[in-house]
Design a protein around this ligand. Sequence first.
Ligand code: F6R
Length: 359
Amino acid sequence: QKGGYDTFMLKEIYEQPEAIRETLRGRVEKEKIHLEDLEKLDLEKINRVYFVACGTAWHAGIYANSLFQKWIDVPSICVAASEFRYSDPHIDDKTLCVYISQSGETADTLAALKMSKEKGAQTISIVNVLGSSISRASDVTLYTCAGPEIAVASTKAFTTQLALVTLLILKMAELRHTTVDCKAELLEGLKRMPEVVSEMLDKHELMKQYAAFLKNQEDAYFIGRQLDYVSVLEGALKLKEVSYVHADAYFAGELKHGAIALIEKDTVVIAMATQPEVAAKTISNIEETMARGANVILITTKDQPAPKFKYVIRIPDVHPLLAVIPVTILLQLFAYYAAVEKGRDVDKPRNLAKSVTVE
Ligand code: F6R
């Protein structure tokens, strides 16, 4: 059942090239994106958009919202479902609500969906489980084709969500007659993503070695800016839930407003600097943690100068808007090996359920 892997989590991490390929299959043809179901909606009249989800899926929502805001001139926000459903949001038939859920059964996400439908919203769901409650209740469902995800910690569901929401937002831009200059490059990048992911999986020994830095540590800090912040949130959540190491996620520029007080000799800092406009700034923030003795692992691009760093992983050339996928693979491996090192039950972390059907 585990296909020769020790755990479902590791198997599912390794299934990602195929899961992404399957999710893209039939949906991208040269520069054309096939998401015909969207024609059921009246996207031209939309004047407000909410992305709503929980946990890891919420991180995919933050990513989707960032792309949406970059390209489409309509106010949008990403909100955790458990907050959204109680927030009495402004919703009418010009509102689009996009729900993201692996299981399609998360109680808060489902309740938020039902509430928004009652108020007249148009709804899209991005779901992995066929025929699940969220898929049945929404106007349009786009399936991630990750296959069954058994391990409690979400891995392949997340990266397929990232790939699919990229297509969704590009398609929405097209339907609203907005030109996205890098569209061809992004589509090409997505098609190449399975190979990029495989290249990242080949770094497993290195991630195991870095995860051992946490041996005598109880905390870790994940730092980045802009889209790297999505990887930062996801990396910290993954580490917490499977290894029980306390992990915080910070914007690099926010460190000096408080959290840097926590950095001392041997504190583990995992820094992401893949976004070209801000990478140098992030690197200088991280050097400040190094000056205080932090043990820094830096994930950056091929050509970013980082002369002061001892532990550097460089991701392959991908469009910066897609960098969160290869970075996430590294962080999944990092969390996995940290958990193994600490002897945790990787597939069934304490206190957690695969599908949260309680509120
Ligand atoms: C984290 C994780 C959870 C889920 C969250 C939402 O690894 O698995 O945070 O992402 O419970 O679940 P779905 O996507 O099924 O709605």
